[in-house]
Unconditional design. Sequence first.
Lengths: 475, 264, 217
Amino acid sequence: MRSQAAKFVAAARRALADPPLQDAVKRATDTAARKRDLAMFAHGRDHGEALRQQAAAARRRALSRLPELLEQAEAHLTANGATVLWAADAAEVCAHVLDIAARHHVRRVTKSKSMVSEEVGLNDALAEAGIEVLETDLGEYIIQLAGEPPSHIVTPVIHKSKEAIRDLFVQRLGMPPTDDAATMARFARGHLRAAFLSSDMGISGGNFIIAETGTLCLVTNEGNGRMVTALPRVHVALVGIEKVVATLEEYVLLTQVLPRSATGQAMAVYTHMINGPRRAGEPDGPEALYVVLVDNGRSAIYGTSYAEVLGCIRCGACINACPIYEATGGHAYGWVYPGPIGAVLTPLLTDLKDASALPHASSLCGKCKEVCPVDIDLPRMLLDLRYDLVEAGHMPWLWDAGMRAWSTATRSPRLFHSAARAAQIGQGLLPQGRKVPLGPLGGWSASRELPRFARQSFRAWWAARNQEEDRHDQS
Amino acid sequence: MDLPERTSPVGQAVALFVTCLVDALFPATGIATVRLLEHLGVPVTFPAAQTCCGQPGYNSGYRRAARPVAEHFLDTFRDAPVIVSPSGSCVAMIRHEYPRLFADDPDRHAQALAIAARTWELTEYLVDGLGVIDLGLRLPEPHTFAVHDACHGLRLLGLGRQARALLDALENAHVVPLEDSDECCGFGGLFSVKMPDLSAAMLHKKIERIRASQAATIVTGDVSCMMHINGGLARRGLAPRVRHIAEVLADGLPERTTHAQPGR
Amino acid sequence: MTSRETILARLRAARRPFADTPPPGDYLPVAPVDDEHPAALVEHFAARAEALNCTVHRCPDERAALAAILDVIGADRQVLCWDFAHIPLPGLGAALARAGVAVAPPSDPSVRVGITGADAALAATGSLVIASGPGKPRQVSLLPLVHVAVVRADQIVPHLEAWLATVRARGLDAFQAASSTVIISGPSRTADIAMELILGMHGPGELHIVVLEDTSA
């Protein structure tokens, strides 16, 4: 998917001026955040914090052994009867999938949710090859009908109201108009049922791969994940290389922390462990299972100070907690991953300069780190990315100049105090109570009064008090 | 919190790091801090060479620009036995970020760690450092307060418990909840200038919560939040409503001095 | 170099992150259960499953279980069903035959009810563990609108961690022998339409759990 992150500021402004979007996003994130709190701390604050620490340690351990675990996973996947393929970049992922489709004479594909497939633009590649692709996760199905990208990694269509979805179904699917969500869902179910049953190939993502057993793990609520991986003759799973976990114990921990953190569920409705294609004697299941291990920029992150972002389990809790996401919704971030995780991943996986607005789209409030179930220090990485932007010369020259001036003035007490005095005097020139459309001040003063320098600074008060006391002592 | 451990500051003189915003814009907060410390019999000094902790440059990614400013801080406070500051964000900068900023310079790194082990935000200094919650303060009139948790202090230093304890012990102070008290006011330093629309949207939400609160005054530990929120209130034609906790507590001191109006 | 070699080489050449992370201690159960006595587990399981909108039929004996199942089947003449050997109700085949209910091929999309057993049940979350295998088509618990699962009370373990312990005890080969093991927690659902919770998306919309309680325990 081509990144539109460079348009973040304009997109954010549009989002801020869109009340229905604001309402929809706010309602969705408030609900999700509240449920997450209840579920993560259902057995007490200490228990929940201990889970976070254990989950964080599990991810860090796995990352510290990533190449070994990948080889172990590959060996066991292969022993289980799966074919393991490696893809360095987006083009290679698409090439692998098209190759598999050709070999198996695939004409129709059903897909369950895969953010990796969005990264690499797989649906477009399949469509270009004349292969019909149907998204089956209801949210993904809706945005596919609407021709839009997802706005959230767990709930991809929170930016759409019920009415908007209704209109979409009426126009594109011929649904009899209804405002009942259950009726709409049933209509979609009926529509997709035929597709499930006639699909040649199912494409899924992968939440985890357990290295010790070569088990591919998926969590879904709708059942489309099972449909896509049980019914077609071929199943292809696209999994980022960072999704490998070492042991069943780690998996058991993470597969319970994930739904709690994402939607407040103790377990996803379907927690699915796949140990290979259909076994001899089994009545159903795919004949062939392919697991594509996707790099697409991850190995480049691995040895850097950003490595810990590879521990992300894609729960979306940071997105739900972020005030900037709440204000803008997901599309403004311009790529696959929105919110705090997106603000870090998009510059790292696409292009730093192109995504330069994203690390600055944060007040560094720290809420994301507070809710992350694996304790990823997103604020630290946002700060580091800001530093990278400066060092790479990607900041506006006005900022470079301004910071040089600030540094010069502030490291010297004499200069600093003179500057403060000058500002104190100079502020008399600025109108009080009115907007000041002067560069950076304009942005502030559109909605806030400018602060005023005090008539007597603290140091002046201190000095005067000392003089007074000296006089006192002398008398 | 993975921060350098501190020893008890009891019996030590305090060097006040008043912060650049307080010095120039909100001196009443600094004055109140001094009055509170002196009320407790703590000797207070004010190293006059102090300027700024360096946050504005550091948080914008300008570490080279911030470094000399931070070095100046280290030099200014080198001999201070205990440093107290009425700002969670500045203390977070010193304790949390200075070690990272100086990671490549062993001498400065050691200095940063040493200073981080002697630096306290005001409320944690009182409650955790001195072990004092009840300063024997009494407001002249009953007054209702709510606490807005400034982000850096809350999430990087674990502040919040201390301010609430101090308010509870303040006679005639009645504390009520503020919905979403731990949500960011939208200031974020230069974020408010770089992304003003987003900052304003967050401020709007904070102001709505404040207007819905039963509290007459919102108390916070960072003048930056105070400045941001009061600035937004003023733009809406509303009276300032946010005060720094030092000033609120100082209102309860036995001797009264002239206090500057909130927001000035 | 193949992509495999390139990727692995790049990972190996990199500075190892988190190299000093300590090995795991004991994993605390994510969902601890206070009382692990069998009777308490059944109660806990039933409560959690019902909270997920399952219908739990607690049956003191086989007769009650068969009656409950026939009640769910209602007037249908066909069901999907695992091989009877894998369902802990020896009389099920005969009962269906007597009621004139035929077992349809698993891929028949018109059948409303699917009947399975389970490998285990988890009290902490009201979940069923269902592995694929000969005589146990995946589709039976997936395609129909109504899923009926029969589980013996003694198959209920406290939580997922306890289930994992049984997997290890049995040996991982047994676990890997099944191409698919799914842990089912409630009927399928979605909240993608304006965050409204809707039951019955692509998987079953009704989940009936027949718990055979061992009265002789």
